[in-house]
Design a binder for this molecule. Structure first.
Ligand SMILES: CC(=O)SCCNC(=O)CCNC(=O)[C@H](O)C(C)(C)COP(=O)(O)OP(=O)(O)OC[C@H]1O[C@@H](n2cnc3c(N)ncnc32)[C@H](O)[C@@H]1OP(=O)(O)O
Ligand SMILES: CC(C)C(=O)C(=O)O
Length: 586
């Protein structure tokens, strides 16, 4: 054989790439001594859920008050301590919902609610009115600061843009002083919207100007939120921007440096994680990545990514399906099956080598847990499963699913976990070929019920699964074994049905199996048992035993399986199963 390295010529496409510019050409950043790449995340950042604001403003059908309340209660139950509950100046409905939370005492003392407003005096007054009576409330003020927005939307220069932020901050303080009493712990969050596209020195200038008015200090934090309003570059670029800001901001110890990634490039999670490495103290996002366009960063993925590294996310994800159900109910958005940690398929392996590794992983874990005495004392190390599905309330049932890509490991796993049969290795190989023939012929998935039907049809009496047509020459009737009294020989009396006709047999042997196999010689069938194993299928009085026999039947090697409350009868059945299969194969 001749091998040549084939180097494809660089591809060109009809895509109008010349229409676009590299982000770094217009927004350069130089941070050669960046420190974030060498850091590790060892504790969770502060989280803010904006499901009720950024998440809600992006829905085809925004949440009605009942759905908003269901979402709010879910967020509180999960443990979120900072929740953006809306844009109360947007409409009477939004305002009323915010009021309903305080009027029904729905907000725990340790939860800070926040409300968003543009930097417009009329909106700010209405916004502050909305938070009267809350135990802890933050007004979140924003204005866009990037050159494009300055030019296009606001027709404002840098100084006018700073003025908008500063006047808004003054208005927030004035209204809070006028309207709120001392029962409300009041805070300010400021966002230079479109931060990623804003010149860094200007973003810094705007934030410093806002801080000059707010005067952060001991017990007077400011949240400075630097949004990736539209994700426009690789996550490392955002990390550089965040580290640069973190290094240059004054009053750093009194700032909660916050990030608010969106997911336009599909890298919202990476963007948030690198930003935390770069110094962000706080992350804003939505459950399951709801939000404008491709969504806000997904708080579930972020939290469970930390969890998978042994870091407590500070959020309860132990019933992930309940979280998903509520989010789907509130947003009317489906959850794609591949959504990290939550989708239907994310803990499922279809392919053979994955299933084999998972099956071996579970066996090793079972042993390690038995030795250690508790699940919690054994580090999770399961191939292809970054976290234990049980930790998020999922069962192991869907971990392995069988289709044409599956091998013996997956088939054996389902037979063991669902049907309590520990198939010997060579039987696994034989049976998985039978399953493969089914998937080749009919396609699709073989679920555990279907697998049982195939297994029963192949190895067990047809009564073991519904809807099967009986087949096989022999069937076992009553059996009786008596001892010779010398412990070395037994007498077997059995009734077999041969082609449906009852036949009595009497045989002697060194043990029941030997006697039974010898008796089959009377029917002209030569059987030699090559391998044999058995196990109890369940415990208790009605426990069943499973027997597996590998036999040479007239020279042909086949497996047989028997299930019966008596181990001896399970074994006779296994021999008959092997014989019937061998005769059918002829
Ligand atoms: C990135 C984000 O997600 S930011 C949050 C965005 N969310 C929302 O907008 C949802 C809620 N908003 C609304 O319902 C409406 O915008 C309202 C009710 C608040 C205001 O409505 P309107 O008064 O009709 O104004 P409209 O929405 O058209 O806003 C545009 C005006 O606000 C100005 N504006 C926009 N953002 C800001 C801001 N942050 N600060 C000050 N002014 C702003 C615009 O320049 C524009 O001014 P112009 O009319 O002089 O050109
Ligand atoms: C208001 C800000 C934080 C925002 O939602 C964004 O920039 O995406």
């Amino acid at each position: 054989m001749k091998t040549t390295a084939h180097v494809p010529t660089p591809a060109t496409s009809p895509m109008p790439a010349h229409k676009y510019r590299a982000f770094l050409d217009t927004n350069p950043i130089s941070l050669p001594d960046r420190r974030w790449p060498d850091r590790r995340i060892t504790r969770a950042p502060r989280w803010l859920s904006t499901d009720l604001r950024d998440g809600n403003q992006a829905l085809i059908e925004p949440m009605d008050p009942a759905r908003k309340r269901a979402m709010f209660d879910l967020l509180v139950r999960m443990g979120y301590k900072e929740i953006e509950i809306g844009f109360p100046a947007a409409s009477q409905t939004d305002f009323d919902f915010v009021r309903s939370l305080v009027e029904t005492d729905a907000v725990p003392q340790d939860v800070t609610v926040s409300v968003l407003t543009q930097s417009r005096a009329d909106l700010i007054q209405r916004t502050v009115e909305a938070v009267v009576g809350f135990p802890r409330a933050t007004v979140h003020l924003y204005n866009a600061t990037s050159p494009l927005f300055r030019r296009l939307v606001f027709r404002a220069d840098r100084a006018q843009t700073v003025d908008l932020a500063v006047s808004g901050t003054r208005e927030v303080i004035a209204q809070a002083e006028k309207i709120l009493d001392d029962d409300t712990v009041f805070g300010l969050e400021y966002s230079p919207e479109i931060f990623v596209d804003t010149e860094l020195d200007f973003a810094l200038e705007v934030c410093e100007s806002v801080m000059d008015v707010w005067e952060p200090g001991e017990g007077r934090e400011i949240v400075l939120n630097l949004p990736a309003t539209v994700e426009r570059a690789t996550p490392n670029v955002y990390a550089d921007q965040i580290e640069w800001m973190s290094r240059h901001l004054s009053h750093r110890e009194h700032i909660a440096l916050s990030v608010h990634p969106h997911n336009d490039r599909g890298t919202g999670v990476a963007t948030a994680e690198l930003a935390v490495l770069a110094g962000a103290d706080r992350v804003e996002g939505c459950l399951l990545g709801q939000g404008e366009r491709t969504g806000n960063v997904d708080l579930v993925t972020l939290g469970l990514n930390l969890f998978s590294q042994g870091v407590d996310p500070g959020i309860d994800f132990s019933d992930i399906d309940a979280v998903r159900r509520t989010v789907e109910h509130c947003t009317s958005m489906p959850t794609p099956p591949r959504t990290p940690y939550v989708g239907d398929l994310v803990f499922t392996s279809f392919s053979g080598s994955h299933q084999d590794a998972i099956k071996k992983g579970f066996s090793a874990r079972k042993k390690a847990v038995a030795e250690a005495g508790s699940e919690d004392d054994v580090i999770w190390e399961l191939p292809y499963l970054p976290i234990d599905p049980h930790d998020v309330g999922r069962s192991y049932e869907a971990v392995v699913r069988v289709n044409s890509q599956s091998g013996k490991g997956g088939v054996a796993y389902l037979m063991s976990t669902v049907h309590h049969l520990e198939l010997p290795r060579r039987l696994q190989i034989e049976f998985s070929r039978i399953v493969q023939r089914h998937t080749d012929s009919f396609g699709g998935e073989i679920d555990a019920d279907k697998l049982w039907t195939i297994f029963a049809d192949e190895y067990l009496p047809t009564s073991a699964a519904e809807g099967l047509t009986p087949w096989g020459r022999f069937e076992l009737g009553a059996t009786k074994v008596s001892s010779h009294g010398d412990d070395e020989h037994v007498d077997l009396h059995a009734i077999l049905r041969d082609h449906g006709e009852p036949v009595e047999i009497d045989a002697e042997g060194s043990g029941p199996i030997d006697a039974f196999v010898g008796a089959l010689g009377q029917f002209g069938v030569d059987v030699r048992v090559l391998d044999y194993s058995e196990h109890a299928m369940s415990q208790g009085r009605d426990a069943l035993a499973a027997s597996y026999v590998e036999a040479a039947v007239d020279g042909q090697i086949v497996w047989g399986v028997g299930i019966d409350p008596s181990i001896a009868r399970a074994t006779y059945k296994a021999v008959i199963s092997a014989v019937n299969r061998a005769l059918r194969a002829r």
